[in-house]
Structures are given as structure tokens and as C-alpha cells.
Write a protein that binds this ligand. Sequence first.
Ligand SMILES: [Zn+2]
Length: 313
Amino acid sequence: MSSSGLSPLGSLALARGTVDRVTARRLDKDWLDAAWKDPRTRVLVVSEGQALVRYDGEHVELVFVSPDQAPPGTRFLLGQDTDSIVYFGVSAPLPESYPADSVRPASLREVGALLPDRDAGLLTHAVALANWHDTHTHCPLDGSATVPDPGGHSASCPVDGSEHFPRTDPAVIMLVTDPDDRCLLARNAAWPGRRVSILAGFVEPGESAEQAVVREVAEETGIVVTSLRYLGSQPWPMPRSLMLGFRAQAPAGQVIAVDHEELAEANWFSREELLAAVEARELALPPPVSIARHIIEDWYGGPLPSTWSPPSR
Ligand SMILES: [Zn+2]
């Protein structure tokens, strides 16, 4: 049931998982009630994108509670594993004291690449649903408070009966190469000093992902791209994106014209230039949890030195 490695980019940190989402059970109130009464059921408490993790300096894993220990909050079904263990998420404040020194709150950015497959999938799923529940509490048609369905994967309006589903915002992220196979890396105006990445942007209403790639690259750098190739995707629920990865080619004879509203700079890098800049710590690449890092390494042809350290205890 593992969903790792389905992308040509290999195993993306937040596109992993081993737990069956058991979608057919989401409206089965009797089954859900029985699962919630089962002391083997595991509950992941999520608050503002964070959950408790246990980190022993080497391994990171999620800290679950049993249903009778779970705080009150919006509950949602995450799934069931091959040992018939059922997992729920609850959006609620994390406890103020932790059961051990090695336990602390952490976000997907911090631990998404370090968690084992099962836990990476559960935390990504839980954060995405909790973010939706936390920000979509009322009917957009008449403003009534909505009521989550028993499995917590939709909500309905008690006044007009309209149904509402979790939102996901598609975004494109693309590595552009020139005829010399150099890659275009940019520094966002809002980022700290040395950080660079490939270009990215949201898909607009009424637009295809491919159209968004062409538009975003042109808007941000003045470069016109052709020959798009889809690479793979990973959820990025911070708060609700799905990142769609692409490669694109920039025909010869073009000059970069940076949109300074969005970017501080953008430049072409050969593989040798990029490696030298990273080794000299002149540039910092995106962290391993990001699809950007995998797309850059896919172009580079192997791992690049990391400028990111694991979280402190
Ligand atoms: Zn309504």
C-alpha cells in the first residue's frame, strides 16, 4: 500500500504514506464510532501545522494518543493500516507539557523528510485537513456555521444543505534550462540572503498547469519557455498547496529581465557553477523536504551538498 516512489523524481518527502485512506468509511458513522472506542486507535493532535514528535537524535516519529486521551476538537479520519489500526487526526491545542524530554512540537518543514513513510503520510494528511477545518468554518453562501461530516472530510450547511470540501491550491514549480543546459535559479525578494530556488507560482482560475508555467516564467524573468515536461507532484499543505513539478526549455537568444516585485535576482548556473557556489556557501538550496530540491538534483544528476541541518533536540 506504500505510495512512495510513484514519481519520476523518486520518493518525495511529503508524497509518501503506507496507510489506506479507507474513503468508503468516511460517512459510516457506526464504523467510525466503533473505531473511536477501540483503545488501539491512534490519534494525532495537530495545531497550527505542528504535531508532537519524538526525536532521539537519530530517528524521528510521531507521538500519538489514544482516543480517551485526545483533547476535544474537530476530528477527522486519516485511515487504517494493514494491522487494522485506525488513525484519526484532531485539530486542537497541543499539550503544554510533554511526556518526555525527547518529545516536542514540529512542523512538516522541520521533520517531513526525516519521518518514516507511514508518519510522513499521516502528518501531511492531518495538517492539510486541520488547516482546512481551522479556516473554513462557515458556509460561503449564507454564512451559517457548517457541520463536519462524521469522517471529517467534508462539511455541510445546516440551513441550505450545501456541501463543502477541503480546498487544495495547485501551484506549478519549474526548472528552466537554456540551450547550454544551464538551470535558472532565482532569489525571492522575501527570502534571506543566500537562498535560491527554481521558479514557482499558483495556477490561476481557468488556467492549465502548462499555461501557468509559461506565464509565471515570463512574468518573473521575461523568459519565454517551450517543451514543457511534467515531472511529478507533492502536497505542500502550508497552508493548502499541491506542487506540480515541471521542466521547461528556454530557446536561445533571450535575456533575463527580473520582475523586482517578486525576485531579487535570477541567473543561469551550469552544474559546475552551482556546485562551487553551494560548496562555498554563497548559495543555499531548498531543503530536502521540498520538491524544488528534488527537481534541482534531478537536473544536476545526483545529490548536492546540504546546507540544512537536522532539527535540534
Ligand atoms: Zn449555507
